[in-house]
Design a protein around this ligand. Structure first.
Ligand code: BG6
Length: 491
């Protein structure tokens, strides 16, 4: 087995320590790294938030968060108590410099790597960074981690990046897109660049089109305040789906140096064909869920979930047809779709190869499907190459599609680490390969912002779809118009 790269001694200060992200994702991720012996002895986690709590109170909360969000079989009481002993708390008003910042300064060890994780509203990023600088907390060994959304359009993203950039260098800035930390997403790099067979067929010569689906069964789950100002395009497409597209479409980087990998992703972002206002009605579909049933349970509409009593025109579903300009991908559309309250939670990429130029087999031989490579990000992570094979047995030559399958759980027989586990440790190590560089974020907004503007300039509102369906019928028409269909094995 390859050796795990060691992690230096660190202090990790998490702003937004009492928030959902910290309790649901960050503390459990750090617990797993601690349990597996990856957190160096003496490393500390310092929760920072406005609520007046003692470190002892916060440790109790951290313990509760682990009970709720770590699989029961993975909770070892002895490990839990040693882990919570690494947790401290600083009550801080993130929006204003003051004496509480000096107290935080007194807690930190200048010789260690310092991670400042901003799990707060992005509106606080600028003021937190300023206060960190004013309190003299930013050492050469410091890094800042920014959660998405970084802005709500190009101008606001630039503003946030400028304010953070006043204090931290780009090399110290780690913009998280947790999709990049998912095991199968990292596997895309291995699949494409550690094998000879795929790269040779990775172009419009052999590939017909690509589909990227990120479907969720959940609704807005109490996040309506944020979500209603965001919508699916900003919340999912601008970052997660576009990053997946980049990993599929990018040229091979010359090395695994973080900037060489990100340079290639940036080129893809810049090659995305801008969607013109007059095309928005044909190559984009917006939807909003109404009442329906998911997994057999009745669920309410988006408007009911918001509970404000006001009508909203925020989209909870988006489908897009995207073009990547350049020789490799000319005439190879990328179809993207994502939505809430769809029938299944599934994220996958389908690379569909071109049909055979000539078929040797008569129609009686059965259905002939073009080959497909299906990369399943979640659940049941794996890669499946669909090929045509002969049905076994005598009585003629009949064909059926069959899969050459790698299911990662059975192939490796181990727990898959959560994306945040990998990304947190990479931050401490200072490895930015799986993080978004400023120019990438801004290039993604450059492409997305005109779509938002065009939507804002029409009187049309998102099309309704019943919760538990695969989105508005217009999303099916979007791909079928081109003589193609969404992967039916998913929906
Ligand atoms: C987040 C979005 O970035 O990703 C959420 O803000 C979404 O709205 C989530 O639910 C999906 O992540 P995952 O890892 O569950 O697919």
């Amino acid at each position: 087995m390859a050796k795990i790269i060691p992690v230096p001694l660190f202090d990790c200060v998490v702003f937004g320590a009492t928030g959902d992200l910290t309790l649901r994702k960050l503390l459990p991720a750090l617990y797993y790294r601690f349990r597996d012996g990856q957190m160096p002895s003496g490393a500390r986690i310092i929760g920072a938030a406005r609520t007046a709590l003692s470190s002892e109170d916060y440790r109790v909360r951290a313990g509760q968060a682990l009970e709720e969000h770590v699989a029961p079989g993975d909770l070892d009481p002895d490990v839990v108590s040693r882990f919570v002993a690494t947790v401290h708390y600083a009550a801080i008003d993130a929006a204003h410099p003051g004496a509480d910042w000096a107290a935080l300064a007194a807690l930190l060890d200048p010789a260690r790597v310092r991670v400042f994780y901003l799990a707060t509203s992005p509106s606080l990023y600028g003021s937190i960074c300023r206060a960190l600088a004013a309190a003299g907390l930013v050492t050469a060994q410091s890094r800042v981690v920014l959660e998405k959304p970084i802005g709500k359009d190009l101008a606001s993203a630039r503003e946030i990046n400028d304010r953070v950039g006043d204090v931290f260098t780009e090399a110290q800035t780690f913009r998280i897109d947790h999709y990049l930390g998912k095991e199968t997403v990292q596997n895309l790099l291995a699949l494409r660049f550690a094998n000879t067979i795929f790269e040779r067929i990775w172009s419009s010569d052999v590939i017909d089109h690509v589909q990227i689906t990120v479907a969720e069964t959940v609704g807005v789950e109490g996040r309506g305040g944020y979500y209603d100002t965001s919508g699916a395009l900003r919340d999912m497409v601008q970052n997660h789906l576009v990053q997946l597209l980049c990993l599929i479409a990018m040229e091979p980087p010359v090395s695994l140096h973080p900037d060489r990998v990100r340079d290639e992703k940036l080129k893809v972002l810049r090659a995305l064909k801008p969607i013109q206002p007059h095309e928005v009605g044909t190559v984009t579909v917006r939807g909003q869920y109404g009442a329906g049933a998911v997994n057999g349970h009745p669920v309410g509409s988006y408007q009911a979930d918001l509970g404000t009593g006001e009508s909203s025109s925020t989209e909870t579903f988006v489908a897009l047809k995207v073009e990547v300009r350049g020789w490799r991908w000319a005439k190879v559309p990328f179809y993207l779709r994502t939505g809430k309250r769809l029938p299944r939670k599934v994220s996958e990429i389908v690379v569909q190869f071109r049909d055979q130029p000539f078929s040797l087999f008569p129609p009686e031989a059965g259905e002939k499907r073009p080959n497909r490579l299906v990369i399943r990000l979640q659940p049941e992570e794996g890669i499946r190459l669909e090929v045509m094979t002969k049905d076994p047995g005598p009585g003629g030559l009949r064909l059926s599609p069959t899969g050459l399958d790698i299911r990662f759980d059975t192939a490796f027989g181990m727990r898959f680490p959560d994306a945040y586990e990998r990304l947190l440790m990479d931050t401490v190590r200072g490895d930015a390969t799986l993080f978004m560089r400023r120019d990438e974020v801004e290039a993604a907004w450059t492409w997305v912002t005109p779509i938002l503007e065009a939507w804002g300039n029409t009187v049309e509102v998102p099309r309704p779809y019943a919760a538990g369906s695969w989105g508005p019928t217009a999303a099916i028409a979007l791909i079928e118009r081109d003589g193609r269909t969404w992967n039916e094995d998913v929906g």
